[in-house]
Design a protein around this ligand. Sequence first.
Ligand SMILES: [Zn+2]
Length: 257
Amino acid sequence: VRLDIHGTADVIGVQADNPGWLTLDGTNTWIVGTGDVWVVDPGPELPDHVAAVAEAVSERGSLAGIALTHGHGDHSDAVPLLLEHAGFVPIISGLSGAGAGDSAGELEVISLPGHSADHLAFAFGDIVFTGDAIFADSSVFVAPGTGSMAGYLAGLNALIERDPRVLAPGHGPLVHPPAERLQEQIDHRLDRERRLIEAIASGHTSIDAMLETVWDDVPEMLLPAATVTLAAHLDKLEEEERLPADVERPDIPEWVV
Ligand SMILES: [Zn+2]
């Protein structure tokens, strides 16, 4: 499936056929530029998907580099296959040490941590490729760790300041216009935090009780993701010395890196 960004001939989206509870309709791979072409998030290791991406690249020019918003497999597993198609090119990612202000061809690197510690976004003119930092219609999980939730909120605020025209996420539809949706997500997280503090104060200190009280709108299927985000909220409260000692802390599953 191809996705177009209205008013932008220089970007093509190719959606991978890997739908799921974390990947929504599938991973969005973004092919950026003409001549020297960059691929943002090659996607999962599906030969048909990689072939479609390679074809879109060769329609535009040749592959100059790969930019990874983060290391999760649904965004990065296709890298070796794509390199087989297109030859050896630089790979820009948080894991390889790229950070805010760096560039990747015409892409500007933006720090946007939270979903994972290495998470980046990439600006191309007034479009920002935001990986799994923000979706149009659902929430992403925020990984636990020092500064993770605070960094996530700071990154969303900085993105509002930047005032892009459209956000091209790693899953689902475009986020357009961005500011309203970004603010909604910030408010949503702060609302959860406020309710979590209330729940803990009224004695709901077990993981189950906190989830039932504060994440009462979340379908059962998404409770594992909610539990991860709960851990990130608890880390933030602990850092801010607002967490009572008797609060139960979740074990973090292996798929959160
Ligand atoms: Zn993803």
